[in-house]
Design a protein around this ligand. Sequence first.
Ligand code: ZN
Length: 153
Amino acid sequence: MESPQLSSLYQQLILEHYRNPRNKAELDEKTVEIHMANPVCGDEIRLQLRIEGDQIADAKFIGSGCSISQAAVSMMTTRLEGASLDEADALAVRFTEMMHGDDSAAKDKSLGDLRALQGVSKFPVRIKCALLGFDALQEALKKEAEDVGGEPN
Ligand code: ZN
């Protein structure tokens, strides 16, 4: 099943995002920011979103850590701009399924470059690295839903 050619292609894609991260900057007009860390590996990100209505108008991040964590969040942000909150949530669910070994998720084209991270699912200690960005995204979506939901706490 394992294709060494494919995995080295994927490795290149991961390194490419690590070296040239997309959307790595402070977002001036953010409506939500989530800080997420993976102390096991030393990865850290701050995900910043500008949500307008039920759409993500812009997504940026600041972060440091291993190539998998930083490439994953870079790839993730490229899928978020213009996405609805439901689409963003579906993407997070799909990616999480893939990281837990779901083969049908791994073939899902909606994941785009993120599929390069499928091989990481075979290395349990690195799964948290890959999921860091999406964990932050899911927190952000939850926070947004609470804010809009309007129950003051
Ligand atoms: Zn890591």
